[in-house]
Write a protein that binds this ligand. Sequence first.
Ligand code: HEC
Length: 163
Amino acid sequence: MTDSTTENASKKLSSLPILIGIGLIIGFGVIFLFEMLQLTRPTGGLDDQSVSAESYLADVTPLLANADPQRGFELVKNKGCLGCHGENTNNLAPAYSETHREAANRRPPMTAEGYLYESIMYPNAFKVRDYITNMPINYADSLTPQEIGDIIAYLLSPLAPTS
Ligand code: HEC
């Protein structure tokens, strides 16, 4: 190996940490931007000042017209809601037995129907208390309006929850 090829090789080697540094900066930049976009995503729910007894009633009342609590119960079993909201889930989320009892008192003067609708459609709008998980924000897109009505009817039903 001549002197100059050794020199070239060592030049290449010495620029390696710089390249790694630039790579890391770009990587972290992308992650930072992504997180900012997530944080600035609007919650969509109502702020406390605009909460009233009528909040969401116009949206939720039609969903409840043909709602079936039994279908709602099947849905919360099949969609994995009970994985967080069942009994003995180690405080991952409020148990549905508590939600059933407390929905009408969670966010006065909002009605139980309005509150449950908001909880499913805009989970970030109101915090019950701190949990180690978050209510997933995408259920609003993966449930049909009828299914959302069925789940709310189930949570409001005098018989709910059954497990
Ligand atoms: C990964 C765990 C998780 C899953 C799965 C989940 N949730 Fe939640 N849910 C939460 C947490 C945590 C809260 C409390 C959020 C808060 O207070 O900020 C919550 C809150 C709620 C509330 C309000 C409860 C109350 O007592 O005030 C309702 C209603 C609700 N979820 C419905 C659902 C439905 C319906 C599904 C399934 C389609 C579901 N959740 C799936 C974690 C989950």
